[in-house]
Ligand binder design. Structure first.
Ligand code: P6P
Length: 337
């Protein structure tokens, strides 16, 4: 494997698309720059005054951490001024942010600036998740037709995970690729090319403390997976960090499945479609895995609002399909009592 930089790898991919003008390549590179800035702040969080909360409650009803604000401002400053974006859709903002004429471009970026931020003070891995759409309407304004779209219309998606090292993972139609940031030179270097999630499911990632709120199918699904563990061998182990992007990346690398099903506390699901589920669904499908609400493909869901929430099962294809079967069986034979 060539030790390409992120920019070199993106450019190589661009050359495989003769019509490409390099705009998407440049946008992906700029998102990488934003990741470097956020990484530097996350990795020095204990040393500079960015730990803890701001005391502000965001549109999600969640307490905004200081690093959430730093990540949001960084995405606005760098990606918003990349010259390739006409609108930003952020977990942290109530509505879309239209980009002024001076910096305006043809893409829309939906993002969670810092997913898992409730874990920051405990030094748990957190990350930035993004999805990229090409503007659809000919209307000079950004209309709902430009962003209320199914995830299969994304042209690229990815995340930057701030963990023991900072990694940049993206998919743009040519496979899933991972780059590790070399902090000494400030460059992302290709570390895993064409990641595939086609092997056995070795890890199950779910917040088991939500069990009292689950629909019966979730218990059936977990039961079916746990049956694989017997006296001879433990084939599946539990791993759950409580930071979606970190749980997802571990499952992508080792082979696993993550679920945050809709439940009686979160009837539509907790996780957001546009900047959590849909970008990760594009990545997982390009790696050979699957992502479902339990009722259907995540990438086919059309959001009905900016912060549309969804039930999510994502990872190895067989386990996602098993979840869909358990949902169908529950519909056919509702639980007694
Ligand atoms: P719970 C983090 O706030 C997040 O959005 C995801 O990263 C994570 O998977 C989930 O919420 C954890 O939610 O209800 O298990 O604490």
């Amino acid at each position: 494997m060539q030790r390409l930089t992120l920019t070199q790898h993106i450019r190589q991919a661009q050359l495989r698309h003769p019509g490409a003008q390099g705009e998407l390549s440049s946008l992906l590179t700029q998102i990488g720059v934003a990741g470097k800035v956020i990484s530097s702040k996350v990795n020095s969080a204990g040393l500079i005054d960015v730990l803890g909360s701001t005391g502000v409650i965001n549109v999600q009803g969640e307490v905004v951490q200081k690093l959430d604000e730093v990540a949001e401002e960084t995405m606005q400053d760098i990606v918003g001024r990349s010259g390739h974006v006409c609108a930003l859709l952020s977990e942290e903002r109530k509505s879309i942010m239209e980009i002024g004429e001076a910096w305006r471009g043809e893409y829309i970026v939906s993002y969670d600036p810092l997913d898992g931020s409730s874990n920051i003070d405990a030094n748990v891995s957190i990350g930035t998740i993004f999805g990229i759409y090409r503007k659809k309407s000919k209307d000079p304004e950004v209309t709902r037709a430009d962003w209320m779209r199914p995830g299969h219309e994304q042209v690229a998606a990815g995340y930057i995970l701030y963990g023991s090292s900072t990694v940049f993972v993206y998919a743009a139609g040519d496979g899933v690729h991972c780059f590790t940031l070399d902090p000494a030179v400030g460059e992302y270097i290709l570390s895993q090319e064409n990641i595939r999630l086609t092997g056995a499911c070795k890890q199950l990632s779910i917040n088991a403390c939500n069990a009292p709120y689950w629909d019966p199918w979730v218990h059936d699904w977990i039961g079916e997976i746990m049956k694989r563990n017997d006296q001879d061998k433990r084939r599946v182990s539990g791993r759950h960090i409580g930071s979606l992007v970190a749980d997802f990346h571990r499952n992508l690398v080792y082979g696993g499945v993550f679920a945050y099903p809709a439940d009686r506390r979160s009837p539509r699901g907790k996780l957001r479609l546009l900047y959590e589920a849909a970008p990760l669904a594009m990545i997982v499908e390009e790696a050979g895995g699957a992502a479902s609400s339990g009722h259907g493909r995540i990438l086919d869901i059309v959001p009905d609002e900016l912060h549309h929430r969804t039930s999510l099962v994502i990872g190895t294809k067989a386990e996602v399909e098993l979840a869909e079967k358990c949902v169908r069986d529950q519909v056919k034979e509702p639980a007694k009592g």
